[in-house]
Design a protein around this ligand. Structure first.
Ligand SMILES: [Zn+2]
Length: 245
């Protein structure tokens, strides 16, 4: 594995425009459960039942019970070594952007500046009646669902199943995928479209694709030029350290 880590670091050094695509796997080490193959929250709340826009619209109280627990989990979570390594690479000028499928803001809290939030953000909420915007820290989650001054129900600005990707994020992500010369895929099996097409766009545009995951994914043999198996929180800091020296 050492030689793979060294090769990834060499490629980053050679790269002029590297970006990262991250998914739930990078935040699992911070204690935020992934939908798939996880324990905890998603055992109690089946995402197929709780994370769809239809469920939110038909029973906001039920879905807000899940959201409240998710917010509490995210509030307790801290960025881990993988988030920090990506922020460090950006600060070194070796990483231009992070496209994330996560809504936990841990990249920003770790210090990443250019973060494309492909699935929106839990930091802000929108009133479904008047369109009013709110920040989560101003919301009292004792009474759910939280309501706007107008009486409308507040919905987090995260993409629920059945909702479109925010157009600006989609446009930025695809532009970055076409432009990059190296893509780090971290903690995502990249099976859900349209995020899943980012590694393929990058590869078809001539980028090297480096994948860091706990186990092989459908990308590993078809798209990735280099697969590093293991914990992102251990591998990324090693790569960042080698790039620095
Ligand atoms: Zn309102």
């Amino acid at each position: 594995m050492r030689d793979r880590i060294e090769r990834a670091a060499e490629w980053l050094k050679e790269s002029e425009f590297a970006i990262a695509l991250t998914g739930a796997g990078i935040s699992v080490e911070s204690g935020i459960p992934a939908f798939r193959g996880s324990q905890g929250l998603w055992d109690k709340y089946d995402p197929a039942e709780y994370a769809t826009i239809e469920a939110f619209m038909s029973d906001p109280f039920k879905v807000w019970k899940m959201l409240k627990e998710l917010y509490e989990t995210v509030r307790r979570a801290e960025p881990n070594a993988a988030h920090r390594a990506l922020a460090e690479l950006e600060a070194m000028g070796k990483l231009r952007a992070v496209i994330t499928q996560n809504v936990d803001s841990l990249h920003q809290r770790a210090g990443s500046r250019n973060v494309i939030e492909f699935h929106g953000s839990g930091e802000t909420l929108t009133c479904l009646s008047c369109g009013g915007k709110f920040r989560i820290e101003d919301i009292d989650l004792e009474n759910i669902p939280p309501l706007c001054h107008c009486g409308g129900i507040l919905k987090p600005d995260v993409v629920f199943f059945g909702e479109p990707i925010p157009p600006e994020a989609l446009k930025s992500a695809f532009e970055l995928a076409e432009r990059c010369d190296l893509l780090l895929v971290v903690g995502t099996s990249a099976q859900v479209y349209p995020a899943a097409s980012i590694p393929r766009i990058a590869r078809d545009s001539g980028a090297r694709v480096v994948e860091i995951n706990l186990e092989p994914t459908p990308l590993t043999h078809e798209v990735s030029h280099l697969f590093i198996e293991g914990k992102a929180g251990e591998i990324l800091p090693e790569i960042a350290q080698l790039v620095k020296t």
